[in-house]
Design a protein around this ligand. Structure first.
Ligand SMILES: Nc1ncnc2c1ncn2[C@@H]1O[C@H](COP(=O)(O)OP(=O)(O)OP(=O)(O)O)[C@@H](O)[C@H]1O
Ligand SMILES: [Mg+2]
Length: 279
């Protein structure tokens, strides 16, 4: 479980708090999508969970953040990494090896995973992300999207209880993006892995996550089950946060009294909504 109590953070060179007075709980087994405008504090929130804030980025830290009971201020990023696997927004900065296989091995050896388990875990993570064929390639020769998959595979191989991803599909085409999210949803469903993903593609997010967390100017604007948050799509649009087109359509149709159901989160539900409106 992740808990933030009266948590604020201001970067040493920051003019205002990047995150301001957050009181937030993320339960074990949750699947949370984080959205918000550029500069809203999404990346900083991921840093506060994996300990990069305040251990790498110094600043004014108020309140408390705990991850599975570890206080992030008192614990090292390495201790926190035993609980949380992170895929960063800048995947290039995350890479430590020059070959795909070594990138996965590095983490496994670092966490002292028993020798006899290593091959199985590498093969499985490569297979899950659909990059088994890239196993012996130099990272330099890969596209941005392929590197993103390597970064995700390297984290999956560690089998952390919490996976934190910052725009993991930024370089991926729609098909690969769906594959990654359906894989994350499967890990969440079958293994109870807690997943926290920052994502620009809100339509994609809504099809997979259980909860949405909307940040605005360092504060939580909305946090709750996807459907509940989408009920406030008007507030999100006023702040310039994109909502899925099917949700805007739902708002218009319900405003006209043509539909009475809650906002759709999938294409099937959108179809049902349109049928209702046309009746
Ligand atoms: N290293 C830093 N030093 C000083 N201020 C920073 C630093 N990194 C981020 N900030 C500031 O903190 C605030 C939150 O930034 P953050 O990167 O968390 O936003 P974000 O929601 O991830 O944005 P984006 O969608 O562009 O990735 C912004 O005002 C940003 O300018
Ligand atoms: Mg960011």
């Amino acid at each position: 479980m992740i808990e933030m109590k009266d948590f604020s953070f201001r970067y040493a060179s920051g003019k205002r708090n990047a995150l301001n007075n957050l009181n937030l709980t993320i339960e074990d087994g949750d699947f949370v999508g984080i959205i918000g405008n550029s500069g809203a504090g999404k990346t900083t929130l991921t840093y506060a969970i994996n300990g990069i804030v305040p251990h790498h980025y110094k600043g004014d830290f108020y309140g408390a953040v705990t991850v599975n009971g570890l206080d992030t201020v008192d614990s090292s990023p390495e201790q926190i990494a035993a609980h949380v696997g992170s895929v960063f927004q800048d995947v290039d900065a995350q890479m430590v090896a020059s070959m795909v296989e070594d990138e996965l091995l590095f983490g496994l050896e670092n966490f002292s995973v028993p020798r006899e388990e290593i091959e199985g875990r590498v093969a499985e993570a490569l297979e899950q992300t659909g990059i088994s064929a890239l196993r012996h390639r130099d990272l330099d020769t890969l596209s941005g999207g392929q590197k993103q998959k390597v970064a995700i595979a390297a984290i999956l191989a560690l089998r952390p209880r919490i996976i934190l991803l910052d725009e993991p599909t930024g370089e991926l085409d729609p098909q690969s993006s769906e594959q990654i999210y359906s894989l994350l949803a499967r890990l969440n469903r079958e293994h109870g892995t807690t997943i926290i993903a920052v994502e620009q593609k809100i339509g994609l997010l809504c099809r997979y996550v259980k909860k949405l967390l909307v940040l605005e100017k360092g504060e939580v604007m909305l946090h709750g089950p996807v459907r509940e948050v989408l009920e406030s799509s008007g507030r999100m649009e006023e702040s310039g946060i994109h909502v899925p087109r099917i949700v805007s359509l739902h708002k218009e149709l319900s405003g006209l009294g043509l539909v009475h159901s809650s906002a759709p989160v999938s294409m099937d539900e959108a179809e049902t909504m349109v049928r209702e409106a046309l009746q």
